[in-house]
Write a protein that binds this ligand. Structure first.
Ligand SMILES: [Zn+2]
Length: 144
């Protein structure tokens, strides 16, 4: 888990981060990504997203950034499905990004926008299918 040095966290924030870290560890195993170097950063992603991911499929590294605003709201509302879905979606990008990166090299600017939208849609579909297979007790919010 990546935190900034000297950062003082509230009890709520610590609980939130412990929960997200637990899900992250579970997903890493479930996706069989043991040969990957995966990092979880707690900081605000770009463009107000709840989370995002930066994948390098050449060096097998990925950094998932989890913001505190949107997902913290889900955590406080005990919406455990939404938090797991969000993380599962980011993990699915690790599966789809290698093909997307190859395809990018062969398309125009317009094609790149279309490709990005299509990749996002297909990533969402895969994540939703997976969510139907993950037992709820895996991602239930417990007291930490
Ligand atoms: Zn996405």
């Amino acid at each position: 888990m990546h935190t900034h040095a000297g950062e003082k966290l509230s009890k709520q924030e610590k609980q939130f981060r412990a929960h997200v870290t637990k899900l992250f560890t579970w997903l890493r195993e479930a996706f069989h990504l043991t040969d990957w170097d995966l990092e979880l950063h707690f900081c605000e992603p770009d463009e107000g997203a709840a989370a995002d991911i930066n994948v390098d499929s050449t060096y097998l590294t990925a950094v998932i950034r989890v913001g505190s605003a949107a997902l913290r709201h889900n955590f406080e509302a005990k919406d455990s499905w939404q938090i797991m879905y969000c993380l599962t979606h980011e993990f699915c990008h690790i599966l789809t990004d290698p093909l997307v990166q190859i395809a990018y090299n062969g398309v125009t600017k317009h094609g790149a926008d279309f490709l990005r939208e299509t990749a996002e849609r297909q990533t969402t579909r895969i994540a939703r299918i997976l969510m139907g297979t993950i037992p709820q007790d895996v991602y239930e919010i417990q007291s930490y």
